[in-house]
Ligand binder design. Sequence first.
Ligand code: PLP
Length: 387
Amino acid sequence: MIYLDNNATTQIAEEVLEAMLPYLRDNYGNASSIQHKLGRQASHAVESARNQIATYLHVSPKELYFTSGATESINTVLKGVADRYTSKGRHIITCQTEHKAVLSTCAYLEKKGMQITYLPVDSQGNINLQELKDSITPSTILVSIMAANNETGLIHPLEDIADICQEKDVLFFCDATQYMGKKKIDLQKIAIDILCFSGHKLHAAKGVGSLYVRRKSKPIQIESLLHGGNQENGKRGGTYNIAGIVSLGKALEIADNSNFISSLRDYFEELVYRQIEDIFIYSQYANRLPNTSTIVFKQVKAAELMTKLPDIAVSSGSACVSGSRDPSHVLTAMGATNEDAFCSIRFSFSRYNTKKEVEQVCTALQSAVSQIRDTSPIWQMYKKGLL
Ligand code: PLP
């Protein structure tokens, strides 16, 4: 199997697994049971991981919370801010191409009486910064824009968005789930107020993530959504997922921001362009993640193409919606036709892929696309300009 679905999830790095294992086997203490050695060891492991993440983000460990992943963090932030800031206003700004975790939570909040602005994007997936500025009203309490898009890899201009939010005195929440581990981020330099991510996108375990809430310069109030024990200063009750938390810290400690992945992705795109006609790469001319390439193969349905490539793991649209029959909301927001959206495949690389795999995938793709097109009357019509 050649695995090119790393925006859906990643394999656990060997070093990460090694770091986790003691906490799954012998050091099984509860981090809250600090009366005994096993508990203290667990508590120490949690705090070490918090320090590793804090170092990566250039923040204080006191500004970090552990969660079960980005979906929980996003729910906590959007619902929590909406709850606490209603005296200031009931308006949230987000973007049409956000992940469903944000969009579905916003839809829920809309039903509860919040007003949500969904900013449109251009054909590359960029929001218009002037439009963002103009959308902020005195009742805006939060701007929620992701760092990088999971389907196209497009990177939003985080510094500019943060500056606008600061100038207008509105909180900026950034879902950095796809960005973390792939690009460096320094929260001393970018005024993001709240940020979240998941471990399993960066070679750590599934079911663990972290939420950063700026403390130093701004007292930010977020309602606790998981009431329970006093873990995380009462903000998020529940027994710590020690092995998962350890995996998160270790994965960021060894995160590889080298140019290797982008060179692999660029080599892949070069080969695909050379070998297959009538293709189109989304967000190709935008600032993109180094590992993502979403391609339309004109008149070749992604579902059919994927059945011809059983040994290659890729994704049509985002994994979270691939069970759905709707075309990708991200691609259609960028102006793609439904037809093109259904003919799109996302290839997402990791540091564990090789040049040889890229070549094998391109050869297999070329053959599968030719097979489908050669027997397709629609393709013949398309080539004759009849569609
Ligand atoms: N945000 C983005 C940009 C994502 O890509 C994902 C997962 O694909 C999520 C949020 C949700 O992450 P999780 O399923 O780990 O909660």
